[in-house]
Design a protein around this ligand. Structure first.
Ligand SMILES: *Cc1c(COP(=O)(O)O)cnc(C)c1O
Length: 400
């Protein structure tokens, strides 16, 4: 406690974040997660900013499955997986995820952040090339930093630039090349063109790695993910993803692919070797979620109906959105202070959503991001749309 300058420096940095409007306060909920939440001051809000795509986070069936696993397997393991932290429920979940994704094997992590942090270093070294989309998730960027492979970056979703980078890596004589992309980019709801990426990978003899955190459970006809949406099931080498979004919403992540890849990760991946096992109640609840969504596409279908309805209506009212089909709907307001004011006004009107502005999105592209859920009722969506209309008029964003 003798270096006072250190603490003063932090205080100054924090004050400057506040001044610039970049400070991120925490919103405190006093209820379960869901389409409707109660904030700590007792107000009821319609929630339009959770990654709760299938509405399973606060769902009683998910909680019941977690409670059953809690009862059977106990609270935790006090061990990493390979010492004495693997239970039958973990193996069952790994098999169920492999079946669901159409892969050979799967390894669980405490978070997708860990899955991405621990996937590159065991598989690739300085002889190899990682070709990464410019808008990839922070955890992929960090994972890539931890490995010695040469890095190539291509402009977001730009297949011509990807091909250029593949050529450059080939000319540099790299041994293995791996194309790395988010399945869905969460700021824009843009879906990666996995069909074209797979074609390019085949042309250049490259591997593919897709982080499908914003797609596992609901994209594609039966909700398997972006690879199903793009018609390339069985043709992606490595899929990483989270159990903390659509697939139950607690926490946990995974990497899935060929068995020799997964076996290598079990031997060498540091977040797996040196971090505690996933809590058995989460494994049990995730299993029940996979069973539920494999039996019926009802939740997935409702989510897509809600998404199509909201996208159509918000445009009819006069707002500009990023076109697409994903339940992430960026409502473009362009100006940062307008986006901030808009989100604040929506909060007063009983709608919870987030404003995003530079540096999270490019300058001049400020927005509020709406995320649909299967749990939203038509009535709730209509209430939200009315609030959009009112706030939009008040702030002069839409005309009478
Ligand atoms: C949310 C997210 C993660 C992190 O998932 P956690 O399981 O919460 O660590 C990783 N990658 C992408 C693309 C994400 O959207």
């Amino acid at each position: 406690m003798s270096d006072q300058a250190f603490y003063q420096q932090l205080q100054q940095n924090l004050a400057s974040l506040r001044e610039q409007g970049l400070f991120k306060p925490e919103r405190v909920l006093a209820s379960r997660q869901g389409a409707q939440v109660v904030s700590e001051d007792g107000r009821t809000l319609i929630n339009m900013c959770a990654n709760n795509y299938l509405g399973l986070s606060g769902d009683p069936e998910t909680a019941k499955a977690a409670a059953a696993a809690l009862d059977k397997y106990g609270y935790g393991l006090s061990s990493v997986r390979f010492i004495c932290g693997t239970q039958t429920v973990h193996k069952e979940l790994e098999r169920a995820l492999s079946n669901f994704l159409g892969t050979e094997d799967t390894i669980l992590y405490a978070a997708a952040f860990d899955a991405n942090g621990g996937v590159f270093e065991p598989l690739f070294d300085e002889n190899d090339a990682i070709i990464s989309d410019a808008l990839n998730h922070a955890s992929l960027i960090d994972g890539i930093r931890l490995c010695k492979a040469a890095r190539y970056r291509y402009a977001n979703n730009d297949m011509a630039d990807l091909e250029k980078q593949l050529q450059a890596a080939t000319e540099a004589g790299k041994r293995h090349k791996v194309i790395v992309t988010d399945g869905v980019f969460s700021m824009d709801g843009t879906i990666a063109q996995l069909d074209k990426i797979v074609e390019l990978a085949e042309k250049y003899g490259a591997l593919t790695l897709v982080d499908d955190s914003h797609a596992s459970g609901f994209m594609g006809k039966t909700g398997r993910g972006t690879h199903e949406h793009c018609g390339v099931v069985g043709r992606i080498d490595i899929i990483t993803g989270t159990l903390g979004k659509a697939l139950g919403g607690a926490m946990g992540g995974f990497t899935s692919g060929r068995k020799e890849v997964i076996e290598t990760l079990r031997q060498k991946s540091r977040p797996y070797l040196f971090s505690n096992t996933l809590a058995p109640m989460i494994a049990g609840a995730s299993l029940s979620v996979l069973e539920r969504i494999s039996k019926s596409t009802e939740l997935r279908d409702r989510l897509h109906e809600n998404t199509a309805y909201f996208r159509k209506e918000i445009e009819r009212i006069g707002f500009t959105i990023r076109p697409g089909t994903h339940p992430v709907v960026p409502v473009m307001l362009f100006d940062a202070p307008v986006a901030q004011k808009f989100a604040a006004r929506m909060f007063e009107l009983g709608v919870l959503l987030s404003g995003f502005f530079y540096p999270v999105v490019p300058m001049g592209q400020a927005r509020v991001r709406v995320q649909l859920s299967a749990a939203h009722t038509r009535e709730q969506l209509d209430t939200v749309l009315k609030a959009f209309e009112q706030a939009g008029r008040e702030l002069g964003i839409i005309k009478q």
